[in-house]
Ligand binder design. Structure first.
Ligand code: AGP
Length: 614
């Protein structure tokens, strides 16, 4: 949840760290801090607030070794003192940490009994003092002390530590939270970060630590990686980064979220490119082909995910059952992992995650594997923990998603899952070849239709103006578009702080209808052909209770146009793919409402992009 960055080499560390923190701010942004080693001493600056506040507060910016941190608070409220970095009692050791040390209280008491004092409420300050205590008691080097200390802690961490008495070395370690090491030319400089974005302009060579690994980074030498628990040496797996700088910058848009909404035609195209081969009339996905038997023999498919990814899973439930006639269950990863689910080797579990780092999803995967299931990952971030933990998978290829509110991740997840469902349908014989070809063609038309939809930007902005002062909002959809109603409501909630709920349209009369009055905007997705008349009746029910209706209709629909207060036209498409279109105006609507309410769209309060804690 927090962002870590660090540098050691011959450049000015401050610029690299601040730049890196700005790119990592999506991970947490309630406080920020940095430490620089200069003139045989360390200078720590930290503050509640954002990286911009840190820049304003920092006076000393010199040094060629440093660490930075942007925080999403877990232990201790966001304030200057609880911000990272934290130093040990002697002032020699300094640490930045992403994660939670669960047994910190017990360790803290033991350390207090030995005379240690604590200034913050954080678990991180406990960890750095534990490392110091181990170092002093055992007379060992920093790397060894970190290793011994980490063997005593329970929890999750990505840490970076250095000792001011040995300023040519940074120690990093991970368990449950990501950490990447960027390797400079001839090992003359190293970068450390929660993801590769902070060092992308300096090097394309990176090592992603695995869980339970620690690395000793020394200038002029190759990185040495060890398993924290059994002390074995691990071969460094140096990866070539494909990300480029442009992808992680705003490219002229006011916010990352808007940029990412507009990237969707391209992102969806990239997702099926090379997989959907229309001329040959086939879908080719290595992860699926290689494991086709597992998919075909499965009694059912269980999907685990959180948040928006869970909504994509719900869309997939409809698509898989319709196309491939296989029973699908969709579970919140956080529930699945704790409820002793009935899963065996006959199950296929699909884990969906944009970041590939979500702690609950990761734990659900581990549990499903323990129970013998075949686990397939649908991730966006290449090389992420979930991508590595699953038996096989398919990337969404959406490109970096920086805005905390997921947009292109959702539509590309649906695209990948639809491709898998189509492929299975052919393999199982549940779809004729002509229908299959029709769907392939239809899917290829989606990017153009999304492009067309994005042109209604100003129309959506006008609607947003009318509802920016709303305090509640209802979203209704049916069938494939019920999950879109949930997703639309989540988008509005998370970035504009307006309370919103999504429901299957027919459920309205079982409770939510009581909420409808002349101040309640109701967004109704009325594009579906299967339940069209029923949804029209729901719209009438809202109208007669004076609710304000914003309806998503199929181009040319005049019936709903006459009843609704506002309509947004959606290009006609085959119903199973309609979520790829109906989602777009809902993303824009929440975006514009949030902007008009002066909310921080890319960094909504209390949220973080990747939730690596429970
Ligand atoms: C979506 O807008 C959210 N920020 C959030 O619900 C997110 O989808 C969820 O935390 C899951 O993240 P993941 O896809 O990276 O696993």
């Amino acid at each position: 949840m927090c962002g870590i960055t660090g540098y050691i080499g011959s450049k000015n560390a401050y610029d690299i760290i601040i730049n890196g923190l700005q790119r990592l701010e999506y991970r947490g942004y309630d406080s920020a801090g940095l430490v620089l080693y200069d003139n045989n001493d360390i200078n720590v600056t930290k503050t509640k607030g954002k990286v911009s506040d840190l820049i304003a507060k920092t006076t000393n910016t010199t040094g060629q070794l440093g660490l930075g941190h942007t925080r999403w608070a877990t232990h201790g409220e966001p304030n200057d003192v609880n911000s990272h970095p934290h130093t040990s009692n002697s002032g020699n050791l300094v640490i930045v940490h992403n994660g939670i040390i669960e047994n910190y209280d017990t360790i803290k008491k033991e350390l207090q009994n030995r005379g240690y004092t604590f200034h913050s409420d954080t678990d991180t300050e406990v960890l750095i003092n534990l490392i110091e205590e181990v170092q002093q008691q055992n007379g060992v080097k920093l790397g060894k002390a970190v290793q011994i200390a980490l063997n005593q802690v329970i929890g999750a961490y990505a840490i970076a530590v250095f000792d001011k008495r040995k300023p040519d070395e940074i120690i990093v370690a991970r368990l449950g939270s990501p950490i990447a090491i960027g390797i400079g030319k001839d090992f003359e400089e190293y970068f450390v970060a929660s993801d590769a974005s902070p060092f992308i302009e300096y090097t394309k060579n990176a090592i992603y630590l695995d869980d339970e690994e620690m690395a000793i980074i020394r200038v002029g030498r190759k990185v040495k990686i060890r398993n924290i628990h059994d002390d074995t040496l691990v071969d460094a797996n140096v990866q070539k980064l494909k990300m480029n700088l442009e992808q992680i910058e705003k490219g002229g848009y006011e916010h990352f979220m808007l940029k990412e909404i507009h990237e969707q035609p391209h992102a969806i195209f990239d997702t099926y490119r090379g997989r959907l081969l229309r001329n040959e009339g086939i879908i080719k996905m290595t992860g699926v082909e290689d494991n086709m038997k597992k998919f075909l023999n499965a009694d059912r498919i269980t999907i685990v995910a959180c948040g928006t990814s869970w909504h994509a899973g719900l869309v997939a439930e409809y698509v898989f059952e319709e196309f491939a006639r296989v029973p699908v269950e969709v579970e919140y990863a956080s529930e699945f992992r704790y409820r002793n689910p009935i899963i065996s080797e006959k199950d296929v579990v699909i884990a969906i995650s944009q970041s590939g780092e979500t702690a609950d999803t990761l734990a659900a995967i581990k549990l499903a594997k323990e129970k013998g299931a075949f686990v397939f990952g649908v991730c966006n971030v290449v090389g992420s923990s979930i991508a590595r933990e699953t038996h096989a998978g398919a990337y969404t290829h959406a490109g970096p998603e920086i805005g905390v509110a997921s947009t292109k991740a959702f539509t590309t997840q649906i695209t990948v899952l639809s491709l898998i469902a189509l492929r299975l349908a052919r393999a199982k014989g549940t779809m004729s070849s002509s229908v299959f070809r029709m769907y392939l063609q239809e899917l290829q038309l989606i990017p153009k239709k999304v492009e067309k939809l994005l042109e209604i930007d100003n129309h959506v902005k006008d609607i947003a103006k009318e509802y920016l002062l709303s305090t509640n909002c209802l979203y209704l959809g049916r069938g494939y578009n019920f999950p879109v109603a949930l997703e639309g409501a989540l988008k509005l909630k998370e970035i504009s702080y307006i309370h919103a709920e999504g429901y299957p349209a027919a459920e309205m009369k079982h409770g939510p209808i009581a909420l409808i009055d002349d101040r309640m905007p109701v967004i109704v997705i009325a594009t579906g052909k299967r339940h069209y008349e029923k949804v029209v009746s729901n719209i009438q029910e809202i109208k007669s209770r004076k609710g304000k209706i914003i309806a998503l209709i199929t181009e040319g629909d005049t019936t709903v146009r006459e009843i609704a207060d506002h309509v947004i036209e959606i290009p006609d498409c085959e119903e199973p793919f309609s979520p790829l279109l109906t989602t777009i105006p809902l993303q824009l609507l929440s975006y514009y409402i949030a902007v008009m309410r002066n909310c921080n769209v890319d960094q909504p309060r209390n949220l973080a992009k990747s939730v690596t804690v429970e």
